[in-house]
Design a protein around this ligand. Structure first.
Ligand code: SF4
Ligand code: SF4
Ligand code: SF4
Length: 280
């Protein structure tokens, strides 16, 4: 299975990865949204670079080995591919946003600009690679420092271990994504003075009472938990379309009103996430 390894110590925050992703996926510029907690991800931004003054961390879908998002989707719009990418079928997506609630990393975003909204996120450049248009994701090939690289997951794990062993004084002895939530296909290594715990697990999961639980410290796959929890939610398939359309118009109006108030687009900042930012 293919994967990405991002080495925080090599990232210079140039955002070439962000730009390359927007270009290859034809993603339009974002409109500023002051009301939205902004970690840089949106329906039009599938990766972002967070900063804490000293280090930069690019954020994207982790392409979980056992994706919670796919486990809760009532119509099977998301699935894990043999390549390792977790992709989605926009034709199937109901816009119910169960995947957004289930994702432990706050990744899927809702496309509020679309008259028929559906979720969007990084797809590991699945179609472009599968069709032979590119050999690796646009973001990894654009990175000028090799901070984010593409390859076989087992080889990237070996590379991460090699770097940590060679410079134990520099690296934290942990590969983020090796075991968390059952493993992910986007791996991170980082400096000793830049722990990623809050960033890696900044979202939530649901307990059996359907309450949101922050910062779970688990190395087990989430689908069993999320399937159980989401199964307990009454779900009216037939009424969902009307509900979502109404919600869309209410939120859209609110968004337009807020956009009139401000043209500032806040810079993503890791500190914003320390209280557990939520995706909108
Ligand atoms: S990070 Fe979230 S959206 Fe991405 S595969 Fe995992 S659960 Fe799904
Ligand atoms: S893998 Fe492709 S879709 Fe995902 S962030 Fe990189 S360029 Fe964007
Ligand atoms: S292109 Fe590479 S160095 Fe630049 S922000 Fe992205 S990961 Fe960091």
């Amino acid at each position: 299975m293919k994967a990405i390894l991002t080495d925080i110590t090599k990232c210079i925050g140039c955002a070439e990865c962000v730009n390359a992703c927007k270009v290859i996926n034809n993603l339009p510029p974002d409109k500023p949204r002051e009301w939205q907690k902004n970690d840089g991800l949106s329906a039009n931004n599938w990766t972002s670079v967070l900063s804490n003054q000293k280090y930069f961390v690019r954020k994207q879908c982790r392409h979980c080995v056992e994706p919670a998002c796919a486990s809760v989707c009532p119509v099977g719009a998301l699935h894990k591919t043999e390549m390792g990418a977790v992709i989605y079928d926009k034709e199937k997506c109901l816009g119910c946003r169960y995947c957004m609630m289930a994702c432990p990393f706050g990744i899927p975003r809702y496309d509020w600009e679309n008259a028929v909204p559906y979720i969007k996120k990084c797809i590991l450049c699945y179609y472009n690679i599968k069709e032979g248009k590119i050999k690796e994701p646009a973001c990894t090939s654009a990175c000028p420092t090799g901070a984010t690289i593409f390859g076989e997951r087992n080889e990237l794990l070996a590379e991460a271990k090699r770097r940590i062993a060679n410079e134990p004084q520099k690296y934290m002895n942990h590969i983020y994504g090796e075991k968390e939530v059952g493993g992910t296909n986007v791996l991170y290594i980082t400096s000793k003075d830049c722990p990623l715990d809050f960033l890696f697990y900044y979202n939530h999961r649901l307990d059996k009472g359907r309450n949101l639980v922050g910062n779970p410290d688990i190395n087990e796959p989430l689908p069993n938990t999320t399937k159980w929890a989401m199964g307990a939610v009454p779900f009216a398939f037939l009424g969902m379309g009307a509900v979502m359309t109404g919600t869309y118009w209410v939120i859209k109006r609110r968004q337009e009103q807020e956009e009139k108030k401000s043209s500032d687009n806040p810079k993503p900042d890791m500190n914003d996430l320390e209280e557990g930012g939520k995706n909108e």
